[in-house]
Each structure stands twice: as C-alpha cells, then as structure tokens.
Write a protein that binds this ligand. Structure first.
Ligand SMILES: NC(=O)c1ccc[n+]([C@@H]2O[C@H](COP(=O)([O-])OP(=O)(O)OC[C@H]3O[C@@H](n4cnc5c(N)ncnc54)[C@H](OP(=O)(O)O)[C@@H]3O)[C@@H](O)[C@H]2O)c1
Length: 286
C-alpha cells in the first residue's frame, strides 16, 4: 500500500503509525521491551510514532514516552527519517488528566518535549485537547507562535470538533486531526470531520483504532469481525486496521502496542485490502 501524505507538509507516511502510549503507562512493559516494540514497528516500515508528554507512569515522570522513543531512535540509527508526533495540553496531576491549554503551559510543555526528544524542532505538535477554561483561539494562537519561532514545524489538533478545526484553521495551518475512532465509535467517519479533513488536505489520525486500552478485546469477540478475520486469514485487529485504511487515503491509524506481536501485526495490516462490501459491513457495526 502506498505512503500517505501528512497534511500538506510534503512528508509521506507509512499507512500505519505506532501509538506509543501503552509503553509508558503504569504497569507498562519496561524499557527494553518498549524499545523492542518501537524498533519492531520501524523495521517493518512504520515512520510515524504518536506520543505525548503525559504518556508516563506518573506525574513525576513527564516525558517518559518521549525519552523512550528517543532511545529507540538512537538505536535505529537514523536509517529512515521518523516523524515523532507529540502533544501538549493535558496535566498529569491527579487521575483525571485534566486539560491545561493555557498558552504559558503549552509553551513550557513544548519546551519540555523538545528536551525529552532531544530535537531542535518538533515535526508535528498537537494540542492534546481543548481546555474549556481557556479561549480555544488563545491555545491555538500559542501553537502558531511556537511554529513561527521554529520550535514546532507543523501543528495538529486532538479531540476537536469540526467547528474547532475551522476556528483553528483561521489562525494557523493545521496538518492533522487526532480523534477517537474505531468500529464501535466512528462518528467522525459518519459525520463531517473526515469530510472536513479531506477538503482541507488534513491527515486524520484515528486513535483507539481497535477499541482502546479497555475496549480492544471487543475486536476479538465481535461475530462479524471474527467472520472476516477467518475469511482473510488475518486477525480481527488487522481487519479493523485495514478498514480504517480503506475509509479514506487521508486516514493514518495509530494503533497502540505494548507487545512486539501487536506492533508487527498492525504494521502488516497495511498490506491487507478488504472488499468494498466488507468495508461497508464493518462501517455497519458502528
Ligand atoms: N489524543 C488522545 O487523546 C489519545 C487518547 C488515547 C490514545 N491516543 C493515542 O492512540 C494510540 C492508541 O490508543 P490505545 O493504545 O489506547 O488503543 P488501541 O490502538 O485501540 O490499542 C489498544 C490495545 O490493543 C492491542 N492491539 C492493537 N493493535 C493490535 C494488533 N494488531 N493485534 C493485537 N492487539 C492489538 C494492543 O494491546 P497490547 O498492549 O497488548 O499490545 C493495544 O495496547 C495511543 O498509543 C496514543 O498514541 C491518543
């Protein structure tokens, strides 16, 4: 399957990315396994890793996931350029991960991510979520300033509505939207978000693509997905990843993995083509 555009940046992405969050949460697989999972993805052609400063075991370890990715990239040795897409705008104090998208907090988060990743500029920096306590335009305006200053090369948004995307586009060029989307929760594919991304040349990065940290086991139990997995001789997870890819060539799913087998399987799904009828059947689950 061909590479996909990252917005209008000129960067080409392998059709499937890696969501690195499960490598750094409490109870995660540990550093050596985490690095092996990242390397397994990269060795299969994946060239986009999604992360965030708050992907860490606790609030004393902000940047854990970004530092892990940096170590893995060090071992990968720059064989191919890799897009590390990170985020700012959430606070890890307390269990709820509340939004904090005040301009000064976004700026310090971005500077922390630059240090954690060890890079002079972040290729894709995403607002993790809008903050109801802060005018949305102020948060996006700060990302625009960080871009002007060269600390970030491209801006993305996460957990946004179409109206928020439109408001952001009036301030700065947006290259990606990252929202929750899977066969059980696919409002963005049915509603206007995917269409808006296609019209504006924006890449849609669905997260929780197979159901998320707590919901993914549903993929194995669903009768239609089980049937399709048997038909194609692949796993139900691979069928779901292939479904995302068939929905639009603007879509680059970022499945999470804490096991090498999951990362390898998701990358392999880039080669799986579903019939149009089966694509419609999966859309019907939602
Ligand atoms: N922007 C946001 O607000 C937001 C929120 C949540 C997540 N995210 C991003 O989205 C990424 C993915 O989210 P997620 O990890 O919660 O959900 P997910 O992609 O639905 O994955 C959940 C779990 O499913 C398993 N899995 C995935 N692909 C598989 C495969 N091909 N075969 C077998 N098992 C497979 C993995 O289990 P194992 O761990 O056992 O390998 C993974 O941890 C995160 O890493 C993060 O980068 C963003």
């Amino acid at each position: 399957m061909g590479f996909r555009a990252l917005g209008r940046t000129g960067i080409r992405l392998f059709p499937v990315g890696l969501g690195a969050m499960p490598l750094s949460l409490e109870g995660g697989p540990g550093e050596e396994t985490g690095i092996s999972v990242i390397l397994a993805s990269l060795e299969r052609g994946v060239n986009c890793i999604d992360t965030a400063n708050v992907y860490c075991p606790n609030d004393n370890d902000i940047g854990h996931n970004e530092r892990l990715i940096r170590k893995a990239l060090g071992r990968f040795g720059g064989r191919e350029p890799v897009v590390v897409a990170t985020k700012g705008g959430l606070d890890r104090r307390g269990p709820a991960w509340p939004s904090d998208a005040r301009p000064e907090f976004l700026r310090s988060s971005c500077e922390g991510s630059l240090r954690a990743l060890g890079v002079p500029a972040i290729t894709l920096y995403q607002l993790h979520a809008p903050d109801r306590k802060v005018p949305f335009e102020d948060s996006v305006g700060e990302l625009a300033r960080l871009k002007e200053e060269g600390k970030i090369l491209h801006v993305g948004l996460s957990n946004v509505t179409v109206a928020q995307l439109e408001a952001a586009l009036a301030i700065v060029r947006i290259e990606s939207v990252q929202n929750r989307c899977n066969p059980f929760e696919c409002e963005d594919y049915r509603g206007g978000m995917l269409r808006a991304c296609e019209e504006q040349g924006i890449t849609y990065l669905p997260y929780a693509v197979v159901g998320g940290q707590w919901g993914h086991a549903r993929a194995q139990r669903h009768p239609a997905l089980q049937e399709l997995a048997a038909k194609y001789g692949r796993t139900s997870y691979e069928v779901i990843v292939a479904w995302h890819l068939a929905v639009s060539d603007r879509v680059v799913p970022i499945p999470g993995a804490s096991k090498i087998a999951s990362a390898v399987s998701s990358a392999a799904a880039a080669e799986l083509r579903l019939s149009p009828e089966d694509v419609r059947r999966i859309a019907g689950i939602c």
